[in-house]
Design a protein around this ligand. Structure first.
Ligand SMILES: Cc1cc2nc3c(=O)[nH]c(=O)nc-3n(C[C@H](O)[C@H](O)[C@H](O)COP(=O)(O)OP(=O)(O)OC[C@H]3O[C@@H](n4cnc5c(N)ncnc54)[C@H](O)[C@@H]3O)c2cc1C
Ligand SMILES: NC(=O)c1ccc[n+]([C@@H]2O[C@H](COP(=O)([O-])OP(=O)(O)OC[C@H]3O[C@@H](n4cnc5c(N)ncnc54)[C@H](O)[C@@H]3O)[C@@H](O)[C@H]2O)c1
Length: 471
């Protein structure tokens, strides 16, 4: 038995685990990280990074429809998914190599293998190199999630795929794709596959993005952008069963319907992954959906063990995993623990338009007893957006009617995923709109719509003193 004591051991190398390892090392801890599969987790290998690579390609293809009127000769362009798969793989491999190099340079001890708690201070690692046990003062569980399939549907390689299989194994042969699910992955891939030239039959069983916190205006903008590209979900197909047949796949509905395609992608949710983690050897508990239970400081029921990211939910995105990692490391290292504020983490969707949000939406603000003042600025008059031939979308801010404190915000449209950072920068939300009103902006730029939304909000809701600093 190897009893080398680590200050911190992290199980899982996704965005949560990776960031925790880097940050804890930079803060002077002796750190180990354990990964059972490919270094980088879901986000790098099968999620955010390859998906955004494809989204970029999809946008180029869509934008090529404007080439002629802009004076660009050639186009519109078409897609080649096989080449697009190879491209994302090259990007992913490069990012992974950079990640691994950085961990090594920092001196993080990296273990390839499956980690399992023997007890709260000991973790057994089983891998190709055999089995060993390490001891540790603190641990972070960052074991992520796995695809959730509706019973009794099971994956069939090359025919009935999860997004994990698509990125691991490549794009199956065939033009006709059945895409199941109206959540985040369904909404993103309906656009990506369509732009990359597939014939997509997109099946949803509740309105697209029904369970998300985006405003009705945001969802309408996305729906209109999708319809303009002829991407429409198929809403009346209560899926019961699927089968792989010959060279394709069939899906059946409870009302006797049948759909056929060359292959299918199931985007029906993900579930926390804690298989064989040895939680029974600790005091750690899970809820009825399998999420590891933590308190507001990300501590599990076992002293010294924290959990972060998808494995604690309920929101499963890399931004939350990264924010959790920062918090857990702080709470391990520092004498001043900080509480989790899941609302103040940006959420993004990359589809026919980008949707970005942070903080409360209208309903959440009202539930908290606020009467929100709304500031709105559309990109349709933005000189920058008009010059980009893409004036869809808007900036929408919510502020407290009395204090002018920022409660939340939404950016919809091109580059929303970058612009939302302006909203996440401020730690002083009371002063945020005043800071925006006093900031200096580049012109013409999309970010100016944040200033417009702030000024409109101040004028419309009588918050001039709070925002402009007048008496
Ligand atoms: C198709 C797709 C697109 C996405 N796009 C985005 C996006 O654009 N933006 C965004 O914010 N989020 C996105 N997400 C979500 C994002 O990928 C996840 O929220 C994020 O990866 C969660 O990070 P994590 O660190 O909690 O876990 P993961 O990234 O899932 O990593 C967990 C790691 O732990 C390892 N592990 C598990 N158990 C053990 C064990 N016992 N021993 C050792 N290792 C173990 C696993 O092998 C895995 O590598 C996307 C997800 C998908 C599926
Ligand atoms: N940009 C991002 O941050 C990003 C991108 C992709 C994925 N993710 C995360 O990954 C996770 C998985 O994404 P997802 O889209 O698979 O899950 P999701 O929870 O967002 O959506 C699942 C969808 O599947 C539908 N569904 C479930 N069973 C069904 C059935 N039998 N027939 C038809 N539809 C059915 C649900 O109604 C829902 O619309 C989510 O937590 C998501 O937040 C995040």
């Amino acid at each position: 038995m190897n009893t080398t004591p680590f200050d911190l051991t992290i199980i899982g190398s996704g965005p949560g685990g990776y960031r925790a390892a880097v940050l804890a090392t930079l803060r002077g801890q002796k750190v180990a990280i354990i990964e059972r599969a490919t270094w980088g987790g879901t986000c790098l290998n099968r999620g955010c990074v390859p998906k955004k690579d494809w989204h970029e390609t999809a946008k180029w293809i869509e934008q090529s429809r404007h080439f002629r009127q802009r004076g660009v000769v050639g186009g519109p362009l078409g897609g080649d998914m096989d080449q697009a798969w190879l491209h994302q793989r090259k990007v992913v491999d490069t990012v992974r190599k950079n990640y691994i190099d950085y961990l090594k340079r920092l001196g993080v001890q990296m273990f390839n293998g499956h980690g399992r708690f023997s007890d709260a201070q000991h973790i057994r690692i089983s891998g190709a190199a055999g089995t060993r046990e390490i001891s540790t003062r603190h641990s972070i569980i960052a074991t992520g999630s796995a695809p959730l399939l509706p019973d009794p549907i099971a994956p069939v390689p090359g025919r009935i795929l999860t997004s994990d299989m698509l990125f691991d194994d490549g794009v199956p042969v065939g033009q006709r794709v059945l895409l199941i699910g109206g959540g985040v992955i369904g909404t993103e891939f309906a656009y990506i596959f369509s732009m990359l030239g597939k014939d997509v039959n997109w099946v949803i069983h509740s309105p697209a993005l029904a369970h998300t916190f985006y405003s009705p205006q945001a969802k309408d903008t996305l729906r209109e952008a999708m319809e303009a590209l002829d991407i429409r979900p198929h809403a009346n197909f209560p899926l019961t069963r699927m089968e792989a047949v010959g060279g394709g796949v069939r899906a059946f509905s409870s009302d006797g319907g049948m759909l056929e395609a060359d292959w299918a992608l199931l985007a029906t949710g993900r579930k926390p992954f804690t298989d064989d983690l040895g939680l029974e050897n600790t005091a750690i508990t899970r809820d009825e959906n399998g999420f590891v239970q933590v308190n507001g400081y990300l501590e599990t029921a076992e002293a010294g063990i924290y959990a972060i990211g998808d494995v604690i939910g309920p929101l499963m995105n890399a931004n939350q995993a990264l924010a959790d990692a920062t918090l857990a490391v702080n709470n391990i290292v520092s004498a001043s623990p900080k509480g989790r504020d899941p609302l103040w983490v940006p959420e993004l969707i990359y589809s026919a338009v980008e949707l970005a949000r942070i903080g409360m939406n209208d309903d959440q603000a009202e539930d908290e007893g606020f009467e929100p003042a709304v500031g709105f600025a559309a990109f349709e008059t933005s000189p920058r957006a008009l010059g980009q031939d893409d004036s869809r979308g808007f900036v929408r801010l919510l502020a407290d009617m009395d204090s002018g404190a920022l409660l939340g915000g939404e950016v919809v449209g091109r580059e929303a995923g970058e612009l939302v950072h302006l909203l996440s920068l401020s730690t002083d939300r009371e002063q945020f709109l005043r800071q925006i009103a006093q900031a200096r902006f580049n012109h013409p730029a999309r970010a100016e719509e944040l200033l417009n939304a702030t000024e409109t909000l101040a004028a419309r809701w009588g918050l001039q003193a709070q925002v402009f600093g007048e008496d």
